[in-house]
Write a new protein. Structure first.
Length: 202
């Protein structure tokens, strides 16, 4: 993930709230949505949290979207996360390597097929599930190409924590775009998400 930039001390309360959520043994929500307008420090906060999780062996994976005209970053989301899961969570490397060897075309398939095969599947077949939940950071979801793809990603995350009960927590940052707000306002995300607003005053 990108190197962190310095954060004003006035944002330390937000970071503390996120850290408390990460460290809680049984939080009421396995998804945390950090939202706010452009330029208020969402990415800097996500970078800092990713680094803190890495130093405490809680980071499962991170992905930072960047708006690039004509380039669909979403097609690399799941494979990037799967690679980091294989590196960071004991027991998943062999599972993910086997899945990729059986179907090398997975990176070219639909994002939901990739997620089921490379994220859900390895956890379901692993014999050494982590006792603590690990953190996946997805930054700037609103900069992913296409509202439909953004909504699909949120649906996959909701299924991961609510249907499959994977030992993962997701920190998602974005602007509060209408379709993203609507996704968080609907079940199952509504019931499993904590929201933190990062305002202009920070």
């Amino acid at each position: 993930y990108p190197p962190s930039t310095s954060l004003p001390k006035t944002r330390s309360d937000i970071l503390r709230q996120i850290q408390d959520w990460i460290e809680a043994p049984r939080p009421s929500s396995n998804v945390l949505w950090l939202y706010g307008s452009a330029g208020v420090g969402k990415t800097a906060s996500a970078q800092t949290i990713a680094e803190l999780c890495r130093t405490t062996d809680r980071l499962a994976a991170s992905f930072f979207f960047r708006r690039q005209n004509g380039y669909d970053q979403s097609r690399h989301l799941v494979t990037t996360i799967a690679y980091q899961l294989a590196m960071n969570i004991p027991g998943l490397l062999a599972q993910i390597n086997h899945i990729m060897s059986v179907d090398p075309t997975l990176p070219n398939k639909a994002i939901d097929v990739q997620f089921q095969s490379l994220v859900v599947g390895p956890f379901q077949h692993s014999t050494s599930i982590p006792l603590r939940s690990s953190i996946i950071v997805v930054d700037a979801l609103d900069e992913c190409n296409g509202e439909e793809t953004q909504s699909t990603i949120l649906a996959l995350i909701a299924n991961a924590v609510e249907v499959y009960k994977l030992p993962l927590r997701f920190l998602i940052t974005s602007r509060p775009e209408l379709h993203i707000r609507e996704a968080f306002d609907r079940e199952p995300l509504f019931d499993v998400t904590r929201r933190i607003f990062l305002g202009d005053s920070f």
